[in-house]
Design a protein around this ligand. Structure first.
Ligand code: PLP
Length: 403
C-alpha cells in the first residue's frame, strides 16, 4: 500500500558530509545532468583504510570498477598494485606510468594474442581456471607466475560472481600440477566471494578451501605462497553492512586459523569498496506520471537509467541511496530511466520515496555511485552519450575529465 503523506526523510549524513554536499551542489548548479562526480580525497581515504585495517594484505585495485585516469593516478601514487582485465586497461595503466611489475592479469577469459601482449609489455603474473587457458599462458607467457581461481557460490552478495569464474578444487589441483610441468611457476590461489558481500563468513570458506589445496599440493612438491581473497568489500548502499574494520579483523582471524602464525602473501582486489562511496551521480527528473487514474504509484523517470550507468539495478540488486533535495510530505514511487527500453526500470519492488514538492527538472542525487557506473554506461543507446565523469573540485572550479 502506498503510504502517502509521510514526511520525507533521507539520512543524508550517512552518505555525505555537509561540506562535500555543498561542493557537489555548487559544482552541479550550471551543469547538464546526468554526470558522475568523484571525490579523489575519498579514494585516498579508502586506500588508506584498506592499508590500515589489512596491513597484512597487498592491494591490487580492480581497475574495472572505476577506470578514470585520475582515480588510477591517485592509487598509483599511493603505491597500489592493479588487477587488470584487458589489454585496454593495460594500455591505460602503461600510459599512466604504472610499472608492469605492479599488475596482474586477473581475467581468466583471454585470447592467446592478449596473453602474448601482456607478456611482451612485461606482465609476469597471470590468473587461470582452466587447462586450455593455462596451456595458452605457458605458450605465450613462458615462465610466468600463475595463480588459480577457485569457484565460489557468491551467496550473501548483492552482485554474485559465481559459475562463470573459477573451478572446483579437484580441477585446480591438477591444473597446478600441469602448470609446473609446463614450466610455469604455480604461485597461489584466488577466489572472489561475490561483490558487495554481506556475509563475512564467505571469506572463511574460500580461505579454508585454499588452505586444503596448499596442503595437497605441498604433498606433490608444489609450495604455493600466495592467497588472493579478491574483492567483495562493502560500499555504503541503502542496506547497511558491517564496517570494513569488522571485515578486516574477521578475515585476519580466518587466515590465522587456517595458516597459523606465518601467513602466505595475501592479496586483495577491491573495486567497489575502493571507489563506490567516492562517487555521486547528479541526475534530473525528466517526467512524473501516473499510468491510470487510480494508480497507486507515480512513475518518476530520471535522466539516467540502466543503460546510462545503473545496470547494477538489474533485479534491484544494488540499491543506491537516492536523494531528492526537497522537504515535506512524500510518497512511494516507481523509478525508471529515460530510454525506450521497458527493461529500463530501476526500482519497482523496493519503494523509494519522493517529496510531493518535487517537480520535473529537479535534481536527484544518487550516492555511492563511484563504482561500476561510468564504466558500464552504454555508448550510444537511444543516442545517449556515455555517462560523463568529473573530479570534484576541492574549491569552486570544476575540472572536466572523461566523457
Ligand atoms: C577478478 C576480480 N577481482 C576483483 C573484482 C572487484 O570486486 P569488488 O568490486 O567486489 O571489490 C572483480 C569484480 O568483478 C573481479 O572480477
Amino acid at each position: 500500500m502506498n503510504t502517502i503523506d509521510e514526511t520525507y526523510y533521507f539520512p543524508l549524513d550517512r552518505y555525505i558530509d555537509p561540506e562535500r554536499m555543498s561542493r557537489i551542489r555548487e559544482f552541479a548548479q550550471s551543469r547538464e545532468t546526468p554526470f558522475l562526480v568523484v571525490d579523489l580525497d575519498l579514494i585516498k581515504e579508502r586506500y588508506e583504510r584498506f592499508q590500515k585495517t589489512m596491513p597484512f594484505a597487498k592491494v591490487y585495485y580492480a581497475v574495472k570498477a572505476n577506470p578514470m585516469d585520475e582515480v588510477i593516478e591517485v592509487l598509483r601514487d599511493l603505491g597500489s598494485n592493479f588487477d587488470v582485465a584487458t589489454r585496454y586497461e593495460l594500455d591505460q595503466l602503461l600510459r599512466l606510468g604504472v610499472d608492469p611489475s605492479r599488475m596482474s592479469y586477473g581475467n581468466t577469459i583471454k585470447k592467446r594474442s592478449d596473453i602474448a601482449y601482456f607478456f611482451e609489455k612485461g606482465v609476469r603474473v597471470f590468473c587461470s581456471d582452466s587447462f586450455e587457458d593455462t596451456q595458452n599462458i605457458a605458450d605465450h607467457a613462458p615462465g610466468s607466475r600463475i595463480f588459480f581461481r577457485l569457484i565460489t557460490e557468491g551467496s550473501g552478495s548483492d552482485w554474485p560472481l559465481s559459475r562463470k569464474f573459477g573451478a572446483h578444487s579437484d580441477l585446480i589441483f591438477n591444473l597446478a600440477l600441469r602448470s609446473r610441468d609446463l614450466g610455469l611457476v604455480p604461485w597461489g590461489l584466488s577466489f572472489h566471494v561475490g561483490s558487495q558481500q554481506r556475509d563475512i563468513g564467505q571469506y572463511d570458506d574460500g580461505i579454508s578451501r585454499a588452505k586444503y589445496l596448499f596442503n595437497c599440493l605441498r604433498d606433490e612438491g608444489i609450495r604455493l605462497s600466495m592467497i588472493n581473497i579478491g574483492g567483495g568489500f562493502p560500499a555504503n548502499y541503502v542496506d547497511p553492512t558491517l564496517p570494513m574494520e569488522t571485515y578486516a579483523s574477521e578475515i585476519k582471524r580466518f587466515l590465522h586459523e587456517d595458516f597459523g602464525d606465518v601467513l602466505p602473501e595475501v592479496l586483495i582486489e577491491p573495486g567497489r569498496g575502493m571507489t563506490a562511496d567516492a562517487g555521486v551521480i547528479v541526475s534530473e527528473i525528466v517526467l512524473v506520471a501516473k499510468k491510470s487514474k487510480n494508480g497507486l504509484y507515480r512513475w518518476v523517470y530520471l535522466d539516467i537509467g540502466m543503460f546510462g550507468g545503473l545496470i547494477e539495478t538489474f533485479n534491484e540488486a544494488i540499491r543506491y541511496p537516492i536523494y531528492f533535495d526537497k522537504t515535506g510530505k512524500s510518497e512511494e514511487i516507481i523509478l525508471a530511466g529515460p530510454t525506450c527500453d521497458s527493461m529500463d526500470i530501476l526500482y519497482q519492488n523496493y519503494r523509494y520515496r519522493m517529496p510531493h514538492s518535487c517537480r520535473i527538472g529537479d535534481r536527484a542525487y544518487i550516492f555511492s555511485a563511484g563504482a561500476y557506473t561510468q564504466s558500464y554506461s552504454s555508448v550510444n543507446f537511444n543516442g545517449f552519450p556515455p555517462l560523463e565523469a568529473f573530479v570534484l573540485p576541492r574549491n569552486a572550479q570544476p575540472v572536466a575529465t572523461v566523457s
